[in-house]
Ligand binder design. Structure first.
Ligand code: DQA
Length: 234
């Protein structure tokens, strides 16, 4: 399956692929992000059993990047390479710090050879970097990935605004990026960042199953993003 990041992709984020059968996913999601690192049972068996019609983004977030995968880098990335071999997996998320290593770069090559896209991701669970640093990270991630994703933690409105500004700048100079600010102060960026060019949003099917702080549930984010969408004809 293929996912185009030319326009906004709303991803239902989950640790449990059976969530994909929820009618809300069919109704609102363009993709399902499978957080392999958060899965209770063997994620590769879950991938084998997946028979949904919505393409998958496979993520196996390393513990050093705020996830729960403690495997060594080789095993962690090999699981993503195997995931990408499945037709339903349209994209694979690889951390920017990993893509900067030879093993991570090789994983990206394998993923692309399998026909999947690479989402290069950077997370800051402490705060929001300065504007210049944000721009640099976004550009670096968008250069190594087919989409460059930066998730930060906002503690006030100014943090959120800096992220939106960097999103707009990156999009204006032609990078394909995805941005979101985690935490309560950043919550609105999940709805607003797509207006400034962000190409992926993440939302749990049920509010209680958030995969990051400050997420809206899928139905809510779909409505908010839809309401704010610019329609050139109106
Ligand atoms: O990187 C991201 C973004 C995210 O952290 C968020 O803030 O929505 C949620 C994660 O599941 C996803 O992999």
């Amino acid at each position: 399956m293929h996912l185009s990041f030319d326009s906004f992709v709303l991803a239902a984020a989950t640790a449990d692929l059976s969530d994909a059968a929820d009618p809300l996913v069919d109704e609102h999601a363009d993709a399902v992000e499978f957080r392999m690192d958060l899965a209770d049972s063997d994620p590769e068996s879950a991938l084998d059993a997946y028979d949904g019609g919505v393409p998958l983004i496979a993520t196996n977030r390393a513990s050093w990047e705020g996830g729960e995968c403690d495997d060594g880098e080789d095993d962690r990335l090999a699981a993503l390479e195997r995931a990408a071999e499945r037709d339903v997996v349209a994209a694979v998320d690889i951390e920017l710090d990993s893509l900067l290593t030879p093993r991570g770069a090789a994983a990206a090559d394998r993923v692309r050879e399998s026909g999947a896209s690479v989402v290069a991701s950077v997370h800051d669970f402490e705060g929001t970097p300065a504007a210049s640093e944000l721009r640099r990270k976004l550009h670096r991630a968008a250069t190594l990935g087919d989409v460059g994703k930066v998730a930060v933690t906002a503690t006030d409105d100014r943090d959120a605004l800096r992220l939106l500004e960097a999103t707009d700048a990156a999009t204006t100079w032609g990078d394909t990026v995805a941005t979101m600010a985690m935490g309560e102060a950043g919550r609105h960026t999940r709805a607003v960042a797509p207006v400034y060019g962000s190409k992926i949003g993440y939302a749990p099917v049920r509010p209680a199953d958030a995969t990051a702080p400050g997420q809206y549930d899928l139905e809510t984010l779909s409505r908010l993003v839809g309401d704010l969408e610019r329609n050139p004809d109106t």
